[in-house]
Design a protein around this ligand. Sequence first.
Ligand code: ZN
Length: 339
Amino acid sequence: MDDDIQAFIRRLPKAELHLHLEGTIMPATLVELSQRHDTAPITLAEAEALYQFNDFTGFIEAFKAVTRQLIGPDDYELAAWRMMQRLAAQGVVHAEVYISVGVIYMWRNHDITVFEPIFAGLERARTRAERELNLSLYWIFDAVRHFTIPEAERVFRKAAEMRPKFPSIIGIGLGGDERRCGSEPFRALYAEARAAGLRLTNHAGETTGPEAIWEALDIGSERLGHVLSAVVDPKLMEELKTRNIAIELNPSSNVRTGVCTSFAKHPLRQYFDAGLLVTLNSDDPAFFGSDLANEYLLAHEEHNFTRDELRQLAANSIRASFLPDSIKGAYLAQIDSLK
Ligand SMILES: [Zn+2]
């Protein structure tokens, strides 16, 4: 193991731009949550076994079991705080984190009174991380694309309604099953969100072909998650490059869910060499046995990214973030001067 490169990666100021709060909950935190809620709490060994899935169904089951333990504002605060500690330990200086607001609504029978106290818990963790960890963080409200349009509308309008009071709510996103629902049905909602000052992200081309990525671009998505299938469409590659669209790649996630056969086969290198605004991310790190620093390390080991290229990936993550330009400039200068 190259300790030197690991230390270099940790020192690089990095932004994580594709991270689901629920996917950061480690087995030990799951045990802590279970002790709060269950008469017979789960043991650490049981929690660890839950994360040992080997297909997409197992992943969904594990994800649901974890999300079920997120009940009150204190649970969300704990999960968020643990996530932020782990980010800071990897040298992450800024993160833009998806909260599955669509799932929270669905599971609480659309009781709209539950969300704001939960969000207050998340904000307590965020402001603490700003003070104690020097980590800044924005929230992205994520809807589930196959839950119907009115469900997504509820999520996006909540983001628009809360944003004037909470500038940490930076944007919206769409997750869920792309094979069941594309982006076109959300065109009007994306336009409305943009008018409310929200930034537009979208999962596109993770389990679907390039047409899904075209569609996501066409409704105005500014930043795209996964984009795995763009590699087969040279015209699309050109479009992504010309428009300097930031892409949030999640190689280990793609390998663990089986949409990509190995890290070495991931198109990360092709995208990077083609001059796309590539960023590395960890998606659901607790479930995929990786984290952002490890994705950088794998890029070095499996795709021969040199120190300068790793530096470039870190710079891309800052550029692709929704941070103000002055802050971006300061981080970029830090990256440049890092030996
Ligand atoms: Zn994702």
